[in-house]
Design a protein around this ligand. Sequence first.
Ligand SMILES: [Zn+2]
Length: 163
Amino acid sequence: MTAIRLPNIHSCRKFVRSLQLDPYATAYELCDQISSLRARPIRVVESRLPIPGPMGVWVCRAHDDVVVVQELATGAHHDHIVLHELAHILCEHEGETFPEYEPVLPILDQERDGGAVLRLRSAYDSETEREAELLAAAFAEQMTDDRTEPGISWDVHRYFAGD
Ligand SMILES: [Zn+2]
């Protein structure tokens, strides 16, 4: 899969359709399908991430991708965090190494991997964050169990898509 560029919600919806996914009711189910498509596992784990701090972290390892979600997040917010990190993975956004985060990521302690690259969830402060938010919104729209809280995806549309 080559790097994709999704400048607006319409291109995100088109990309989601192009994946020809089976119906999914949760972000976990979507991750399973994307794992199969990419032939590279995506694992979702919950952890008590420090507050203030990112609500989700993508850890790119040698043989899999790990999405670490703030365990205090629930419901649609939880799903949105996973979808956002999943979008980073699919868009192949560049990661940065944040070694100071390793102690709070239990998954990394169990399976040490020197090549881990962490991508932190931050504010909408860059092109890649914008792209990840838009694609997450497009994935949320397709969720069969519609738990998406309007406040999240509508805000994204208003800020970025102009519709
Ligand atoms: Zn992000």
